[in-house]
Design a protein. Structure first.
Length: 87
């Protein structure tokens, strides 16, 4: 059984290349039991659709502005993850 980390990587790669049969089966089995990874897959597919629309229309749809507290939380997470990077 694939881990969540392996599944998220394969879900992402699957948007750019055709996964091998064994990879597709592993991802499907994991997604069948893991609600968080299913949500991640839906979010990736949504982002891809939004970005395609924006690329073709020259603008990106914004229905609601991002609340300031959410923007700050995102900044904090990105900053913390950047400081954890050991590259």
């Amino acid at each position: 059984m694939l881990t969540c980390k392996q599944t998220s990587r394969l879900v992402s790669e699957g948007l750019d290349r055709k996964l091998r049969l064994q990879e597709r089966i592993g991802v499907r089995l994991h997604l069948w039991i893991c609600k968080r990874c299913r949500r991640f897959e839906r979010q990736l597919r949504f982002l891809r659709r939004v970005l395609r629309v924006g690329a073709y229309e020259g603008s990106f749809p914004v229905e609601k502005p991002l609340p300031p507290e959410v923007a700050e939380r995102i900044r904090r997470v990105l900053r913390d993850r950047g400081s954890d990077d050991t590259h």
